[in-house]
Design a protein around this ligand. Structure first.
Ligand SMILES: Cc1cc2nc3c(=O)[nH]c(=O)nc-3n(C[C@H](O)[C@H](O)[C@H](O)COP(=O)(O)OP(=O)(O)OC[C@H]3O[C@@H](n4cnc5c(N)ncnc54)[C@H](O)[C@@H]3O)c2cc1C
Length: 388
């Protein structure tokens, strides 16, 4: 029986493991340094108190039990492709096939310790909640939210959750009747943050910034984060009691200790079938992999799942002697429900279309519904709907 090791228990790795376990003819193991799948898209509600941490962290044991794969909690330190071995903190593991799904690391900026990110270590969402609660108790303050760029890989920039967090904080403060005592400012080094979602989304974002009275500091390169201020290249600064910043992604450190081909940005080089360049038995999927596609493409959760599925299909095809393989580029798009706390917008972009449909009220509940759906399907309690 072929031994397949999937490393990384996020959307990409979990999807690969689920698909591979369906085959029943492999021994499938999911190895991750966390024992839960963190549902990042709904984690934006932890700081505002709408969700508890446990609502967003789904134990991997429940998923592995439902789908029939093994689970190991360990941390990858390096990969030896030459020896078909993954070296971890506690043990080393051999494989016949390996799927790398360990997500991405974050670009480090000077003074990052003065910021908190909703897109990094899941526990930080609780720190953001504590800091926000303190400001709410004081009933006044300045909050700056922004995201950074990665000039070497535009797909590694994540702005959506920064917008969502800003709008949710606005609506929370408004509900508490103290919004007028707070200064909210959005900052980003690009002239038009959110541009990759298309012109309609940009116009919609602009309208929201105006109606929510959120300040904008766009097109200014960030030099460093000081205690209580974001410092920009032109010498100006943005004072803030709470700086929430999403750095762009880069490749994980352990990959540079491994004999795996990487891009300049440290992401794993793959072909259209998600197979690691130059390797016959290693695949890389999700945020860990270098995605090829149009200039607007972004690393997203649903793309991670599609890649996870495609890697699994191609491993099965290889084992069955089928030469024709599945490819991920035809599936690339931007798809998200951008939440505002009291509604949302449905944002879509592919090579033909780009639109944003405002969904006041309903959109928020749709995103909450997606959270329930994601949990139920992962636990095998509800069938996966086509395309979702
Ligand atoms: C706040 C937020 C909101 C988002 N909203 C949306 C959205 O609305 N729609 C959307 O499509 N996408 C969204 N995204 C993006 C989406 O969550 C990511 O693209 C997705 O999580 C990528 O999945 P992944 O499995 O590749 O990586 P990850 O989810 O990062 O998972 C990586 C896994 O690998 C494990 N790991 C890492 N390093 C090691 C190691 N050395 N050893 C062992 N295990 C390791 C981690 O513990 C984790 O389990 C959002 C992201 C964030 C942060």
């Amino acid at each position: 029986m072929k031994n397949i090791l999937v490393v990384g228990g996020g959307f990409a790795g979990v999807q690969s493991a689920i698909e591979l376990a369906k085959e029943k003819k492999f021994s499938v193991t999911l190895l991750s340094d966390r024992d839960y799948l963190f549902l990042y898209p709904i984690s934006i509600w932890i700081p505002t108190g709408e969700k508890k941490f446990k609502d967003v962290a789904l134990p991997l044991s429940e998923i592995s039990k439902a789908h029939g794969f093994s689970l190991i909690k360990d941390k990858v330190e390096s990969i030896s492709a030459a020896a078909n071995t993954v070296i971890c903190t506690q043990n080393s593991y051999q494989y016949d096939y390996l799927v790398i799904a360990t997500g991405a690391a974050k670009i480090q900026h000077k003074g990052m310790g003065n910021t908190l990110s909703i897109c990094g270590n899941p526990e930080v969402s609780l720190d953001i909640k504590n800091r926000l609660d303190t400001l709410i108790q004081k009933k006044h303050g300045k909050i700056a939210i922004g995201f950074g760029g990665n000039p070497k890989d535009k797909s590694a920039v994540r702005g959506g959750p920064a917008f969502e967090l800003m709008f949710n904080i606005h609506n929370l403060l408004k509900k508490k009747g103290i919004r007028q005592n707070f200064e909210l400012t959005f900052f980003a080094p690009m002239e038009s943050p959110g541009e990759r979602m298309g012109q309609k989304s940009l116009s919609m974002l602009d309208a929201l910034f105006k109606s929510y009275n959120i300040g904008k500091m766009f097109g200014k390169k960030i030099t460093e984060f000081a205690p209580g201020a974001v410092i920009f290249e032109d010498g100006s600064q943005l004072e803030s009691d709470l700086i929430l910043f999403i750095p762009a992604s880069t490749g994980a450190d352990f990959l540079s200790n491994s004999d795996i081909p990487l891009t300049d940005s440290g992401f794993v080089k793959i072909d259209d079938t998600c197979q690691v360049s130059g390797s016959a038995n290693i695949y890389a999927v999700g945020d860990a992999a270098a995605i090829k596609g149009p200039a607007w493409i972004a690393k997203q959760g649903h793309i991670a799942e599609i890649m996870g599925r495609i890697a699994a299909q191609n491993i099965v095809a290889t084992e069955n002697g089928i030469l024709r393989k599945s490819t991920y580029p035809p599936h690339l798009n931007i798809l998200c429900i951008m939440d505002t706390g009291n509604g949302a917008a449905f944002v879509y972009r592919d090579s033909k279309y780009a639109f944003a449909i405002p969904m006041p009220g309903l959109g928020h509940w749709l995103k909450r519904g997606w959270g329930q759906y994601a949990k139920l399907t992962k636990k095998g309690l509800f069938p996966r709907l086509p395309g979702l």
